[in-house]
Design a protein around this ligand. Structure first.
Ligand code: AMP
Length: 417
């Protein structure tokens, strides 16, 4: 299958070739012909499958074919996505794939002053990518009207729900014309998502990429059972391996991300954090440094990392196991993108075992366990954190009682690679 056989127009073919894309990915092969016909899509696609191009290419092609050449054009396609990073990347894709068309695209997101975004909107925009909050805000201020939208994309719908954007999304949908094409994408399809999809799609065609097992096959997954207090030692130990050129480390909290950065910097491992407390400029800078391999380790919270797209990211490390199983799929999907190989390592302490159980249920397989590492799980039944707070501290006992007792030295799986 080639892009030509998908009937893609010459100006877009030219930019795809400039991007170095030779063949469409499976989601593109399935979705592009359907979307080109103007049909609604219910897409179940993992991260890293080429989903963005699967909707961007047909949008560009259809809008270009229907452009009247007027200077004062209206917004005719809207893409709503949960995070700023993802919004920026989607807009970059539109700019890249559409560079030989006459279409204009713009992106808006929160956390920065609206002035420059409003200014850009006042020039003619055909395609708008937005996060829900800023979009509603600018709609309420009268800067954006959705009445001319012909193609609407709801991207990462499951994440949108997890992040509590459902009410915003419903308000946006209510402002769209009834007659429109809707392309709906989600990595997972829990009941709430199916309900939402049914309420906004008309006779959709389903496109599914490996729905049975939502983790990308190219990603090698491995699990380390380790005491909470020893995770830092395990991380430093793994990162001693210089073959790990880039690693994206996930923590559950912003505070946790900052702590890991401090820890790594303390042993001369280049690291930066990316999370919601950082300004947009700081996040973009950290991401840029990581992409260019100026920083070896990027430590991120889930929300901040949602849209991160780093070519050839080797390692994802789950320093903490996510409590929402779908989040695991999103996290590890940062590596192994577009068929490249990647490795996802997860650190699981005793209290995180129930989360691990849910993840393995979702992905339908056991994650291979690495035995014989230096910091095996010793404390199988640590006290609940709440109870710990109620008790007075025991004299002479550090929080990391197991931290300084490495087990027998054996070569690690991660090192041999
Ligand atoms: P996405 O799932 O849309 O985030 O895309 C994941 C990555 O795959 C991005 O870096 C894209 O640039 C890349 N990509 C998308 N489609 C193709 C293709 N047909 N061939 C090669 N790379 C692609």
């Amino acid at each position: 299958m080639s892009f030509i056989s998908l009937n893609i127009a010459e100006p877009i073919l030219k930019s795809l070739s400039e991007e170095g894309y030779t063949h469409p990915t499976p989601i593109q092969t399935q979705a592009i012909p359907v979307a080109l016909k103007g049909t609604d899509i219910l897409g179940c696609a993992q991260t890293g499958t080429g989903k963005t191009a699967a909707f961007a290419i047909p949008i560009l092609q259809n809008l270009a074919a229907r452009t009247n050449g007027s200077q004062n054009r209206k917004i005719r396609s809207l893409i709503v996505t949960p995070t700023r990073e993802l919004a920026i990347q989607i807009d970059e894709s539109f700019q890249n794939y559409g560079r030989h068309t006459a279409l204009n695209s713009t992106v808006i997101f929160g956390g920065v002053n609206q002035k420059s975004q409003v200014k850009k909107l006042q020039r003619s925009t055909d395609i708008l990518t937005a996060t829900p909050g800023r979009l509603l805000d600018l709609m309420n201020q009268g800067y954006i009207s959705l009445k001319d939208i012909e193609i609407f994309v709801l991207d990462e719908a499951d994440r949108m729900l997890d992040m509590g954007f459902i009410h915003d999304v419903k308000k946006i949908i209510a402002a769209l014309p009834r007659k429109r094409q809707t392309l709906f994408f989600s990595a997972t399809m829990p009941t709430d998502i199916v309900k939402l999809a049914n309420s906004i799609l008309t006779n959709p065609v389903s496109v599914h990429v490996t729905p049975e097992s939502p983790t990308v096959d190219a990603i090698r997954q491995a699990l380390y059972y380790v005491d909470k207090g020893n995770k830092k030692n395990l991380l430093i130990d793994l990162l001693k391996d210089e073959a790990i050129k880039s690693a994206l480390v996930f923590t559950r909290t912003k505070h946790g991300a900052n702590k890991v950065v401090k820890l790594l910097k303390g042993v001369n491992i280049g690291a930066e954090a990316i999370h919601g407390n950082k300004s947009q400029a700081a996040r973009q800078l950290a991401l840029g440094n990581f992409k260019e391999q100026l920083t070896r380790v990027l430590v991120a919270t889930d929300i901040a990392a949602r849209g991160i797209d780093v070519d050839e990211l080797q390692y994802v490390i789950n320093y903490e196991i996510p409590n929402i199983p779908e989040t695991y799929v999103h996290r590890i999907g940062r590596t192994g993108r577009a068929g490249a190989n990647g490795t996802a390592l997860s650190f699981c302490d005793a209290q995180e075992k129930p989360y691990l159980h849910d993840i393995e249920k979702l992905i339908g397989k056991k994650i291979p366990v690495i035995d014989g590492h230096d910091y095996p799980l010793i404390d199988h039944n640590p006290p609940e954190p709440v109870k710990q707070q109620q008790r007075p501290p025991r004299p002479g006992r550090s929080n990391n009682s197991a931290a300084s007792k490495p087990a027998d030295k054996k070569r690690r799986w991660g090192r041999r690679r």
